[in-house]
Structures are given as structure tokens and as C-alpha cells.
Design a protein around this ligand. Sequence first.
Ligand code: FES
Length: 234
Amino acid sequence: MQRRDFIKICAATAAIGTQPAFAARDLKPRFYSRALLVDERRQPLKAAGLAAGRNYIFHYPFEATPCFLLNLGKPTVQNVTLKTGDGGSYEWPGGVGPNSAIVGYSAICAHRMTYPTRQISFISYRDQSTASRITRPNMIHCCSEHSEYDPASGARVMGGPAPQPLSAILLEHDRNTDALYAVGTLGGEMFNTFFEKFEFKLALDYGADRMKNRVSTHSVVIELESFCKQQVRC
Ligand code: FES
């Protein structure tokens, strides 16, 4: 099933008020605006232009909530069943784009919410070439307390103290134009707690009047190396 079809089914089910074949505590996708992902020149980003293994950052669904955009370079697992820290379950449908290799996740660590700032990042994806002796390759690793997430399986927790996967960002890929869109989230969102915990810092970095604004028509994608001055490599 294509990503767009999956989303349409979920939206249609909600619209007609019927119960899908989910257990009582299953989590549904949360749809926000359909935001086109664009490059720094505000031109539509092409999926084919995403380098495999590289960390890209965009903001969604709020102007101050950073997310990873990753081309894993190979197909992801499809239809992965995952659980949140409070027992909710959901099914992550898999990657999008050529090879089904492109994924999006909130970059807010599910343990104590370490996230990439303009100054420093303790959390990033490590491929074969950037993994260290204590980080497994092809994982998103948080150097704060070493939580590790598998982006090819819905950001399932593979190690460390994180109680749940990173929240997934639902993406759509337009085969005709090769454009990418962010349309919603799936899994354990932590945005309210994130805003409470980092309100002062987020207000400084993004503006108090803007940080909780929802992203509307587009979101700028930037390489982590350009977004942030220093990456901690553990
Ligand atoms: S905040 Fe990421 S492991 Fe603790």
C-alpha cells in the first residue's frame, strides 16, 4: 500500500465515523497541514537529491519542533507495530519515495527530550561511516544517555533508557514531481511537554510569538551540519 493510500484510508475512516480494525488503545495518525519540503532557496526538495546516510533537519508540525529527514539508502521494514510508553500501539507504514527509503521522525529524544539546537546536537543518525565503537551503525543515537532508535523500523528503541520510539512524521512522496510533503505525526508526541520544558530557550531561538505556530504551507530542509554549529559524537 502506498503512503498516500494509507493516509487516505485513515482520513476517510475518521470522516465517516466508523471504527477501523484497531484495538481500543491504538493510536491514529494526527494530521496537521500538508507542508511541502523545500530547500534553503525555497525550491521544492527532490527526493532523488537527498544523500543517503546524511542528517537533514526540518521543522514540523510547529515552527520550533525539529525533525529528521533521512534517506536510508535501502527499503525500510513495512507495517511495523510499535508501542508508546503508556501502552498505546500503532503501525508505522514504512518509508516513502524511491526504494521506500525516506523517513521522517521528530528529533526530540523520547527519554529527556534532547534535541538539535543551532548551537549543538547530541542526537543524530549514524550510518556505517559515522558510527563509533559505542553506537551501532544505521541508528539514530542520542549521546545524552545513549538511547538508540532504528529508523528503518519506525524508530523502534534498540537500546538505552527511552521509553518509546521517536514520534514518526508522516510523509507523502509525489511520484510525478519527486516532491515530498509532511502531513502528520504518528506515535507518542511529546510537543506539549517539550514546550513546557524548553520554553525559555525556544523563545530565544525561535521567538516567543512564533515557536508554537503550526507550520503551514512549507518547511525548509537543511543539513544538520549547516543547521547546528557542533555535533556531539559519542
Ligand atoms: S535524552 Fe536522549 S538518551 Fe536521555
